[in-house]
Design a protein around this ligand. Structure first.
Ligand code: ATP
Length: 254
């Protein structure tokens, strides 16, 4: 893994020149979240500084998707501390939704609308400019003929690209990417990597999960192992992932 070129996460006093450290973009402490009566987060700790790229890794069912959905304000935190972009998720999780962008397992797209209408819709919802929507479609290669194609007629990879274009057009402060390389061709995977690097260079923060470890490790500044709904921040280098968790898919829980 490459050394971090990003600001130190909160809690570190180095490199601030005497200024108080920036508050973390993400702060979880002993966070618990229940899906039904199952503690999918079971006391998770996580601190992420602005501009960092964090990789969540772990076995199927470990809780990676739940961490990402919790940070997006979609899952209620029932115990512990949870703050994203200064918003307390325990008391006010809806307030964070327009400031984060989640690429989840579902597409979040309107099937009957065209690519362009979907991307413009999400851009408008976040008060982004129409030209941001156009630029995002061009960057993801869903411009030209595809702009006017209904999402219901797209291939899997084209849908994934359209979902990514929606996220890019919204210019979120925190990107939450659940297996962003999945379903994409080689060129698409490279585009994801360059989008992540560009976003963090411009001051955004990225938390992502991936089972494509070689690619994801070369992108990440920080690796966090998720297991049984808990988290452990790792030192750079090879990490042994405990094979615990259960392989059920988490449904959407708002
Ligand atoms: P994967 O790598 O397979 O995508 P993951 O690490 O993202 O897995 P999650 O989807 O966060 O894992 O699931 C965490 C745990 O929560 C799993 O054990 C799963 O079975 C459980 N779970 C998900 N949804 C529910 C639910 N509605 N009720 C009970 N348990 C659930």
């Amino acid at each position: 893994m490459e050394p971090s070129h990003h600001p130190e996460p909160a809690g570190s006093s180095s490199g601030t020149g005497g200024r108080p450290p920036e508050p973390p973009v993400v702060h979880l402490r002993r966070a618990v979240a229940l899906l039904g009566d199952f503690p999918a987060l079971a006391g998770a700790d996580l601190d992420v500084g602005r501009g960092e790229i964090v990789l969540l890794r772990g076995a199927n069912g470990a809780g990676k998707t739940t961490v990402l959905r919790t940070l997006a304000g979609l899952v209620r935190v029932s115990e512990g501390e949870a703050t994203v972009l200064g918003v307390d998720l325990v008391t006010d999780r809806n307030a964070v939704r327009h400031r984060v962008g989640l690429l989840g397992h579902g597409t979040g797209l309107y099937e009957e609308l065209t690519v362009a209408d979907n991307v413009r819709f999400w851009a408008r919802a976040c008060r982004a400019r129409p030209e941001d929507a156009d630029a995002a479609m061009a960057r993801l290669g869903v411009d030209g003929r595809l702009r006017n194609v209904a999402v219901g007629r797209l291939s899997t990879g084209q849908r994934r690209r359209t979902s990514l274009a929606c996220l890019v057009a919204r210019r979120p402060e925190l990107w939450l990417l659940d297996e962003p390389h999945a379903g994409l061709d080689q060129e698409g995977r490279d585009v994801v990597d360059s989008l992540v690097r560009d976003a963090t260079a411009a001051g955004a923060t990225v938390v992502m999960s991936s089972h494509e470890l070689d690619r994801a490790l070369s992108l990440a500044d920080v690796v966090v192992t998720v297991a049984g709904g808990t988290t452990r921040r790792e030192q750079p280098g090879p990490v042994v992932v405990p094979m615990i968790g259960d392989p059920q898919e988490a449904p959407d829980v708002a």
